[in-house]
Design a binder for this molecule. Structure first.
Ligand SMILES: [Zn+2]
Length: 264
């Protein structure tokens, strides 16, 4: 190995990225070359300084996609090492690495949970049902019409409650698709607002507390009960949707959902 090649490999060596053979060759070269030895020492010092003193930046929104796209492109077409090595100011590259590291960290920290992803699906479906004028497949205020409508269409029977006395009027129901499966969507009206109540089987029977999810100005109230997931979503005010969720949870405890297509 000569000095030119040693210079090209120096960063890889300092980062521990070289294969065993190249590592042995560069080490053999610096044993007899003071100039390259000095360079490697400087790199080692720089790395140590970055570790303790480099600034960290918060990644701006939307950067995840751009980085991923960029990485995919650069994977396909790797730049020749000679183009990048020694031409960029070392400190710039170092700060870049530190920034990339903190961005990766921020991406990991901001990764939405499974529940957050379902909340987005549920809210999107609610918005779609209002925009596409496809709110109901079966239109009726009578739960004895809405509930049997799902027979043969779903592998479970959603509990359908009448909350008219509390101002939540059943409008109808429709089939929907959420969380990778067919779901029941019950539609209620409260004053001028539509509430979508999505129901599908849950793996566990236990009753959970009601959780609130917010996304893009919408709110969704979610709970699990009697082996079913319930997600209520609307743009009614928070108190009203919370009341709706609590009323349903109380009613449903007296009307367990069944997995078969049986009527109550
Ligand atoms: Zn040398």
């Amino acid at each position: 190995m000569d000095c030119k090649e040693a210079r090209l490999m120096a960063h890889g060596y300092a980062d521990g990225e070289l294969d065993v053979l190249t590592t042995a060759r560069i080490e053999s070269h610096v044993r007899t070359c003071l100039a390259c030895q000095k360079r490697l020492c400087e790199l080692a010092e720089l790395r140590a300084a970055i570790k303790t003193a480099a600034p960290y930046f918060e990644a701006p929104a939307g950067l995840q996609k751009r980085i991923q796209t960029g990485l995919r492109k650069s994977d396909k077409k790797r730049w020749p090492v000679s183009l990048i090595a020694w031409r960029w100011p070392i400190i710039g590259a170092a700060i870049g690495s530190a920034a990339l590291f903190s961005m990766s960290l921020a991406l990991v920290m901001n990764t939405p949970s499974a529940d957050d992803l379902i909340a987005r699906e549920v809210i999107s479906s609610h918005v779609r049902s209002l925009m596409a004028d496809h709110l109901t497949d079966v239109r009726s205020t009578d739960r004895h019409t809405v509930k049997p409508w799902f027979i043969g269409l779903l592998d479970f029977s959603p509990p359908v409650n009448d909350l008219t006395s509390r101002g939540f009027v059943l409008v109808g129901g429709r089939l929907d698709y959420l969380d990778n499966r067919q779901t029941a969507a019950l539609v209620y009206q409260y004053r001028k607002h539509i509430i979508n109540l999505f129901i599908w089987p849950a793996p566990q029977e236990q009753t959970s507390s009601i959780k609130v999810h917010r996304w893009q100005g919408y709110q969704a109230y979610a709970w699990t009960q009697a082996g079913m997931h319930f997600w209520a979503v609307s743009e009614v005010n928070e108190n009203d949707l919370s009341l709706f969720a609590r009323l349903l949870r109380d009613r449903s405890s007296g009307q367990p959902a069944s997995r078969g297509n049986t009527l109550p």
